[in-house]
Design a binder for this molecule. Structure first.
Ligand SMILES: Cc1ncc(COP(=O)(O)OP(=O)(O)O)c(N)n1
Ligand SMILES: Cc1ncsc1CCOP(=O)(O)O
Ligand SMILES: [Mg+2]
Length: 355
């Protein structure tokens, strides 16, 4: 009898290990979710600790893969998966069933092992249910796609609220078509109501044109208007507090002025950083400028998130930015004050792409 039980336990332990790893990879690489990835890792460690109560020799000697009649029984539904969500559901079902097998058959061998598995099963149910909700709601794809798009972005434009929704929408459409990858709504004089309305309209227009829409400073307006991201400075809400408001799928950008702030932003969970002010510009004045040397330092750090140089950058000096290895810029005046903003966008974008 115990030979068969060890055979079941060995097969179920392998199945649970594989299932946990499948879900952990989803949390880590699809969701980019540190807490959910950590839970998966912890569950795998707890499983290994519980398995340590059983005799490894007996488990291995009971293994008989070639004589297992189950290995040749395949269902058509297992041959392919129609989506990542289907992978998550399949792994969740298989892992939950195998945990129950471990618990029930484990009681024949070692009650402490069975009790460990029962505890693990409850944590697993909670964790996998959360992952399932995220997968089902399509939120995973939203956060991951935004992070991929900010990585691919080169030209980021800080736009004001303009005179009307219509004016903003047509400007966003034209500049996105010419090469702006990210828009940031930054307007210190517009009312909350105007910012909210413009952000709703801008987010829609940017989304339709394949660009990202970010709101400066105002976490509440970013969340309420469905923006792709929010940008905060060193004196504004810390990243953790912003994340608490906007959730896992909204990008958080952070302004940085030195290397310590940049590494701290990465550690804190920022999705991108702004680096500057590089040069003096017409939009905002500062007591000091970091110059291209700071950009070289940032490039040397080889950070895991994209960095956008900001401050007084235009077609005349963009090459000195690119020479540092930093190929992403955020601008206001260079496009806002251009006689032909569409043409200016094309020139900057082509230069950033090395054309
Ligand atoms: C992309 C980007 N980088 C930096 C800033 C500056 O942010 P902050 O220091 O908070 O200053 P204000 O823009 O709020 O005046 C930014 N907005 N965007
Ligand atoms: C908001 C801000 N933060 C650092 S520089 C800057 C202004 C960017 O505008 P410009 O490109 O006109 O210098
Ligand atoms: Mg700010």
């Amino acid at each position: 009898m115990s030979e068969s039980v060890y055979r079941i336990l060995d097969a179920s332990l392998n199945r649970v290990g594989e299932g946990l790893r499948t879900l952990e990879e989803y949390a880590r690489f699809v969701l980019d979710h540190p807490a959910h990835s950590a839970t998966g890792k912890q569950l795998r460690h707890d499983l290994a600790a519980a398995a340590g109560r059983l005799s490894k020799v007996r488990l291995l000697s009971a293994r008989d893969t070639t004589g297992d009649v189950g290995t040749t029984i395949g269902l058509d539904s297992e041959a392919s998966r129609e989506s990542i969500t289907a992978v998550v559901h399949a792994a969740t079902g298989r892992t939950g069933q195998s945990l129950r097998c471990l618990e029930e058959y484990g009681k024949c061998i070692d009650v402490d092992f069975a009790a460990d598995i029962e505890r693990l099963r409850y944590v697993f149910y909670d964790w996998s249910a959360r992952l399932g909700v995220i997968a089902e709601s399509g939120q995973a794809d939203r956060g991951a796609s935004r992070r991929n798009r900010i990585r691919d972005a080169r030209l980021y434009f800080l736009i004001d609220a303009m005179s009307s929704d219509e004016a903003l929408v047509s400007h966003v459409a034209a500049l996105a078509d010419a090469g702006v990858d990210v828009f940031q709504l930054r307007d210190r004089s517009a009312s909350d109501r105007t910012l909210f309305r413009r952000s709703l309209a801008g987010a829609k227009a940017a989304g339709e044109a394949g660009a990202l829409w970010v709101v400066n400073d105002r976490v509440d307006i970013a969340a309420a208007s469905g923006a792709d991201g929010v940008h905060v400075g060193q004196d504004e809400l810390p990243i953790g507090a912003v994340r608490g408001v906007v959730g896992p799928d909204v990008l958080i950008g952070v302004s940085t002025h030195d290397v310590d702030q940049a590494t701290e932003a990465v550690r804190g969970g920022a999705d991108y950083i702004g680096c500057g002010p590089v040069f003096a510009g017409r939009t905002k004045s500062f007591d000091a400028y970091v110059g291209p040397a700071f950009l070289s330092d940032i490039v040397a750090l080889d950070l895991d998130i994209p960095a956008f140089a900001i401050g007084g950058i235009d077609a005349g000096n963009v090459r000195s930015v690119i020479d540092t290895g930093c190929v992403r810029i955020a601008v206001t005046g260079a496009l806002r004050d251009a006689d032909d903003p569409v043409a200016a966008t094309r020139v900057l974008k082509a230069t950033l792409l090395g054309k």
